[in-house]
Design a protein around this ligand. Sequence first.
Ligand SMILES: [Zn+2]
Ligand SMILES: [Zn+2]
Length: 244
Amino acid sequence: MTTATELSGTPREQLACAFRWLARLDMHEGVANHCSLATQADGRRFLVNPEGRHFAEMRASDLVEVDASAAQRPESIDPTAWAIHGAMHRQGRGVGCVMHAHSLYATALACLETPELPPVEQNAMRFFERVHIDAGFDGMGLDEEAERLGKLAGTAPILLLGNHGVVATGHDVAEAFDHLYYFERACRSYLVARASGLPVRPVAPEIARKTAQQWEDYLAQGSAHMHLAALMRLLDRDAPDYRD
Ligand SMILES: [Zn+2]
Ligand SMILES: [Zn+2]
């Protein structure tokens, strides 16, 4: 018997599900952006989406397994995926899965002069003191930028890329997806509240800290796995070819 938090399917199927769902949530960028998943503990080998394939059509068998320490980039992989995800899997600690998106609200936050997310509601409080802001945007993520971002991988669940987008990391697909999803929701609420033109009212740091800990307890009980398992059930119903 399987419990609610046990995930069905292979890591490839879980990652393909995440791509499909990011497309449904309009958190995709056409055929750009990437999600990757380490296939060995030291992160040297990882699965990533091939260049040119839309998130909405991703299948488990489309994902390409690459070696981050190889001298040559495989031809089917986008250069920035190879550079940034390769550096993150090589250098990050406990970083099984890396999801990189230019989702609307997280990216809008990244455009602000002060791209901080104050603890204005529960989703935002989940990330209190758990966002690393990188303000060093220097072009399309090759060379120095990849190495700089690689060193930051795993220091916080969310790496907000100033003037660019967001990276969520987790031990597995379920955890990284859950972080990315809730961070986008948190940015959405915050920016809509800000758009009212009225002052926002963050809670006191000790309340935010307590709530962030409650989120972590919830995650430790398997909430992220429950979330992804539900998405896989929904896709099994109306788009089961993601498992192919
Ligand atoms: Zn990427
Ligand atoms: Zn990007």
